[in-house]
Design a protein around this ligand. Structure first.
Ligand SMILES: Cc1ncc(COP(=O)(O)O)c(C=O)c1O
Length: 386
């Protein structure tokens, strides 16, 4: 058999592996609580499900324009006006099959193989894996307490110097996974100015917008139009399985990105686009869900402190606690496996997010229900006290 490509050799996404093992155990009847994957336990908002049902009952679900249904793009444009006070024309919006497809499109559209993209470490592992699979170099920039857990011109310059590489792209998530870091408007502006001065593409992952509990949530679009913004219905809108997201693009990128999208995906699923449009009207319901995350966040902060496990970064946004477990182990992978096997609590080892220091951290998603989170904390506290 001829060999597989070197590009296929990406790291496993351990959170998904932990989820698979948790699902297997659940099917065998174990009382598993999953804090492993960033997935709301709430269903998609009622309006979204109703719209999807009506679409299934009344019509054929077909392809849409490659960059999405015009009505959804208009609704997203109206969301920018309502939520951020920003004017973003519907033409600049590209609907994608989740933000994951947005990353593929952005990386293919902006970079040639061999170019270099900077991301934060710790950070969302799929960035590193998609970039590697597309033949791009990755510079991981240590985002720690010294730089408020985010990317700055200073740590970017330092990391580029150390790697001996010119940086061609900067990808920042705010709020960030797994650190929960919220990068405010002034810091985004510094980053955007740095990118513009150095001819660097700026990509802003805003998938956790709407889920900020401390700090200032700002879109990169409030400081520059020279940015590719990536967003999704997966998190705030509780629609992970619907696979629908969007990008906001500078006008000049629209046609090339449309051509790439036509051939790579044809379009995002129409039924999901119809549901997503309705989800944009469901703020009242979604704000109730957000309150559960706020309650869970308060609970986890208090319980981890009581267990003597410090947070590795502030829990300002998204729905993750990134916890320093170095007082218990220096092998977070083994810790995750043992915790699942012994107390049926699934969480993600830090190595997924940080290949350098992640052996002493774990990420707990608090997107589940409050009773589940409380039970997970009870089990952990009893387990580590043993
Ligand atoms: C920072 C970040 N970006 C993107 C994604 C991918 O989301 P989706 O493809 O469901 O939109 C995730 C999922 O966990 C994430 O944490």
């Amino acid at each position: 058999m001829p060999p597989l490509s070197s590009r296929s050799r990406v790291e496993p996404f351990h959170a998904m592996d932990v989820l698979a093992e948790a699902t297997r155990r659940k099917a065998q009847g174990y009382p598993v609580i999953s804090c492993a994957v960033g997935q709301p336990s709430h269903p998609a908002p009622k309006a979204a499900r109703t719209a999807a049902k009506a679409a299934l009952d009344t019509g054929r679900i077909g392809y849409t324009d490659a960059l999405g249904l015009a009505s959804l793009k208009s609704a997203i444009s109206a969301h920018y006006k309502r939520y951020y006070g920003l004017d973003v024309s519907p033409e600049r919006i590209a609907v994608t099959t989740g933000s994951s497809a947005g990353f593929n499109l952005a990386f293919l559209g902006l970079f040639d193989a061999g170019q270099t993209v900077a991301i934060a470490r710790p950070g969302y592992p799929a960035y590193r894996n998609i970039l590697a699979a597309l033949g791009l170099n990755v510079v991981e920039v240590a985002a720690d307490a010294e730089n408020a857990f985010t990317l700055t011109p200073e740590n970017l310059d330092a990391a580029a110097g150390e790697a001996g590489k010119r940086i061609d792209g900067v990808l920042l998530a705010s709020p960030a996974n797994p650190t929960g870091t919220v990068t405010g408007r002034a810091a985004l502006k510094r980053l955007a100015d740095y990118c513009s001065a150095n001819n660097i593409h700026f990509i802003s992952d805003e998938i956790y917008h709407g889920l900020t509990f401390a700090g200032e949530e700002a879109s990169a679009l409030s400081v520059t139009d020279d940015v590719v913004v990536i967003n999704s219905f997966s998190k705030y809108y509780c629609m992970t399985g619907w696979r629908v997201g969007w990008m906001v693009l500078p006008e000049a990128y629209l046609r090339p990105f449309e051509c790439l999208a036509q051939s790579l995906y044809i379009s995002a699923p129409e039924v999901s686009q119809i549901a997503a449009e309705a989800a944009l009207t469901a703020t009242d319901e979604l704000e109730v869900y957000k309150q559960t995350y706020a309650d869970n966040r308060a609970l986890l902060m208090q319980r981890f402190e009581a267990m003597g496990l410090p947070l590795a970064s502030p829990m300002d946004g998204a729905f993750y606690a990134y916890v320093d477990i170095s007082s218990l182990t220096n092998d977070s992978m083994a810790f995750a496996k043992k915790m699942l096997a012994e107390i049926n609590v699934a969480a993600t080892p830090g190595g997924d997010f940080d290949p350098v220091d992640g052996s002493r951290t774990m990420r707990f998603s608090y997107a589940g229900s409050t009773p589940e989170m409380a039970e997970a904390m009870d089990r952990m506290a009893a387990w580590i006290a043993k």
